[in-house]
Design a protein around this ligand. Structure first.
Ligand code: NAD
Ligand code: 0WE
Length: 260
């Protein structure tokens, strides 16, 4: 008996087996959910074997920056799956050059790109998915603590994540009457594709595990377990919220050099 038996989940943002979206897919599958994937264009080769591993036969390409591609993928979802219960948005993108150097140098184009792909896409998905949730549902997105406090070099993504968390609250208000819950998970730093090639990411991981109450880094399996909870009826009272899966990092003020 899984806590998601009989539910269908549509997941955006898996690119390989290190993706947070993959950790979520594994956890939802383990709880009995039927899964459907949508991925960005360059990821096709990597995602097909992952879909096979969990018996997923709906696996469609969609660039969330395109309304036409979004409409096309949701038409296929409606045709092949009918209704869904769970929507997962695990997508973020900014120009690499905007994740180094100074935030004050962010271009208009870079700012808009980050907000388009990382924030508006959640609104665009939610507004299509809600029509496929006649029995209510659960929508989830992924955020990072750089939305609340300055995380050097996270820059325009921190501003976008602040907007994403506000978006989560406004969607929760709009969709609450339809019994659709909308929540965000704020994950600690994890070495995924989106983190690779970020100079100084190693320092983030090291500092994180030395400051956090639980002195270890976060895994995609831990994020998956939290997502399975938020997607389940056990979380029926929770909406518009940001759930931290960060070993308690966000409660700390000053870091101590040593533990007692
Ligand atoms: P990832 O690279 O595995 O996932 C990001 C996904 O976004 C990729 O699958 C990529 O294909 C997709 N994507 C980018 N542009 C797209 C577009 N135009 N259309 C469709 N898909 C697009 O990295 P991840 O770390 O698993 O990131 C998933 C989410 O988790 C992101 O929102 C990220 O900001 C957030 N997050 C990551 C961390 C971390 O440390 N890795 C921590 C907290 C939150
Ligand atoms: O949200 C993220 C990563 C977001 C991200 C990463 C990339 C790298 C490759 C968005 N766009 C791109 N574009 C690329 O071209 N995280 C929470 C992980 C992360 O990224 C950082 C971090 C942390 C933590 C960037 C700088 C500083 C810290």
């Amino acid at each position: 008996m899984g806590k998601l038996d009989g539910k269908t989940a549509l997941i955006f943002g898996i690119s390989n087996d290190r993706s947070i979206g993959w950790g979520i897919a594994k956890a939802l599958h383990a709880e009995g959910a039927k899964l459907a994937f949508s991925y960005a264009a360059p990821m096709e080769k990597r995602i097909t074997p992952l879909a096979e591993e969990l018996g997923v036969d709906f696996c469609e390409q969609c660039d969330v920056g395109s309304d036409e591609e979004l409409d096309a993928v949701f038409a296929k979802v409606k045709e092949r799956l009918g209704t869904i219960d769970i929507l997962v948005h695990s997508i973020g993108f900014a120009n690499r050059e905007d994740l180094m150097g100074r935030f004050v140098d962010t271009s208009r184009e870079g700012f808009l790109l980050a907000h388009n792909i990382s924030v508006y896409s959640f609104v665009a998905l939610a507004n299509r998915a809600r029509h496929l949730m006649p029995n209510g549902g659960s929508m989830l997105t992924l955020t990072y603590y750089g939305s609340q406090k300055v995380a050097p070099k996270y820059n325009v993504m921190g501003v976008a994540k602040a907007a994403l968390e506000a978006t989560t609250r406004y969607l929760a208000w709009d969709l609450g009457g339809d019994r659709i819950r909308v929540n965000a998970i704020s994950a600690g730093p994890i070495r995924t594709l989106a983190a690779s090639g970020i100079s100084g990411f190693r320092d983030y991981l090291k500092q994180f595990s030395s400051v956090a109450p639980i002195p270890e880094n976060i895994t995609i399996e831990q994020v998956g377990a939290a997502a399975a909870f938020l997607a389940s009826d056990g979380a029926s009272g929770i909406t518009g919220d940001v759930l931290y899966v960060d070993h308690g990092f966000n409660i700390m003020g000053l870091a101590s050099e040593e533990r007692e």
